[in-house]
Design a protein around this ligand. Structure first.
Ligand SMILES: C[S@@+](CC[C@H](N)C(=O)[O-])C[C@H]1O[C@@H](n2cnc3c(N)ncnc32)[C@H](O)[C@@H]1O
Length: 425
């Protein structure tokens, strides 16, 4: 446990200093190639958990420490250990003993080991009281930055606490069955044969009762299924694609929605993204699923002059870069890394992409604007501005899902998304 605690503490430290959790963990897997699957699982679990509840754990530490701890490594180790004591099934005395041992690797001298021991044992003794006190401030109660809580309160006065709680849950693992290869019933039978429990929650959508490694999913390498959130699976059907259409997926990587579009109809699909490394992932996903696209293009969606072949599209999917405020349960680092000022930058780039793509859409064609955000600046406000400046655009109704004005809020079954279907008149 010492090794996993130290590794998780280092991951948490790097994320709090500004790095992305996914990237930091990828680096760890590369550098520490001898880690067992169990150790990797534990490091992932501890770093995700400590970041998910960072606001609360930080508030508790503030109460427990008489003065600020100067050694950052030790501070992050305490965050991870508190997470274990509060949220894991590990034996409390083992967590404390291991944390004290781990602290020896970070700081020489017995004083700091004594401090780690005292802080963690005081937490165990006063747990209930400390949790109550930590919850007195909203950051400690909801484990989100104050600006985020305030914005949600303004934009969702009746349900902002439900959103904050949903963000702090572990996300479900959801599958999309590739119905070009297998029926949903047949895939459910395959899962049952492998004793994998699942719930059928929508047309081709299955939710696993427990997340598992993709290699353990029957037929994954053969392309029978894709792992994709249930909210994300709404996009492709909404775009209403039919055989023979010319379609553009303008911000496509890693290709979750592009591959879904290709599973639904025989379309000529151009796949665009401005990140060449992420386009490699699209190519891998196409190959695994046995699908083909017309063109794979590395380019800027807001500047079609660079890459457009001068033929208008019948359908465009614009799954634009955004704050990702709807997918916090999958990426708990996001809430600590984003700044409120980022929203202005995202909104400007979304507007530029939307304006540019509109020009290359056919008359009567449809464009689906998508974000995985729940902030109005990137969603309803963005679309209102767009409609004001484009008299040839009308917003089509979207039915069938639990959305209000296109906004799907995160809950236990899916992430948060925003959808608007526009038609050119
Ligand atoms: C939300 S992700 C897309 C997810 C993808 N649609 C899926 O379902 O798998 C946004 C993508 O937009 C890309 N992107 C950001 N700015 C872009 C731009 N100006 N032009 C094209 N792609 C861009 C990013 O590299 C990223 O892959």
């Amino acid at each position: 446990m010492v090794k996993t605690q130290l590794a998780a503490a280092s991951v948490v430290g790097k994320v709090l200093a500004g790095a992305s959790l996914t990237e930091v963990l990828q680096d760890v897997w590369q550098v520490e190639s001898t880690l067992t699957k169990q150790q990797r699982g534990a490091i992932q679990d501890l770093s995700y958990g400590a970041l998910r509840f960072y606001g609360q754990l930080e508030a508790i530490l503030e109460l427990l420490l008489k003065k600020p701890l100067r050694d950052k490594g030790l501070y992050h180790l305490l965050l991870v250990s508190l997470y274990q004591l509060q949220y894991s099934r590990a034996l409390q005395h083992t967590v404390v003993d291991q944390a004290v041992s781990a602290s020896r690797c970070l700081v020489k001298g017995s004083a700091m080991q004594g401090l780690v021991n005292a802080v963690l044992r005081n937490f165990i003794r006063q747990q209930e009281n400390l949790l109550k006190q930590a919850a007195e401030k909203e950051v400690g109660r909801y484990s989100h930055p104050q600006w985020w809580i305030d914005k949600l309160r303004r934009q969702y006065p009746t349900n902002f606490t439900a959103i904050l709680r949903a963000n702090n849950k572990r996300p479900p693992m959801t599958l999309r069955v590739n119905r070009r290869k297998i029926s949903v019933e047949a895939y459910c039978n395959l899962l049952a044969e492998n004793e994998i429990q699942v719930e059928w929650i929508g047309s081709g959508t299955l939710q696993l009762s427990q997340p598992i490694r993709v290699e353990c999913l029957p037929g994954f390498a053969m392309g029978l299924v894709t792992v994709q959130d249930a909210g994300a699976q709404l996009a492709a059907p909404l775009l209403d694609v039919h055989d023979g259409m010319r379609v553009l997926d303008a911000c496509a990587a890693p290709g979750g929605k592009s591959t879904h579009l290709l599973e639904l109809a025989n379309i000529s699909l151009s796949i665009l993204d401005n990140d060449s490394k992420r386009l490699i992932q699209v190519q891998q996903n196409l190959e695994r699923l046995g699908l083909e696209s017309e063109r794979l293009i590395c380019g800027d969606a807001s500047n079609p002059d660079e890459w457009w072949d001068k033929q208008l599209y019948d359908r465009i999917l614009a799954d634009v870069p955004c704050s990702a405020s709807g997918v916090v349960c999958r990426h708990p680092d996001i809430k600590w890394l984003r700044r409120e000022s980022d929203l202005v930058k995202f909104a400007a780039s979304q507007q530029a992409i939307l304006d540019a793509l509109w020009k290359i859409l056919n008359k009567d064609g449809k464009l689906l604007y998508v974000t995985c955000s729940i902030f109005a600046e990137e969603n309803t406000m963005q679309i209102e501005t767009f409609l004001k400046h484009h008299s040839d655009a009308c917003r089509l109704p979207i039915s069938g899902a639990a959305m209000v004005d296109g906004q799907l809020l995160p809950d236990t079954q899916h992430d948060g998304f925003f959808y608007t279907l526009l038609q050119k008149t």
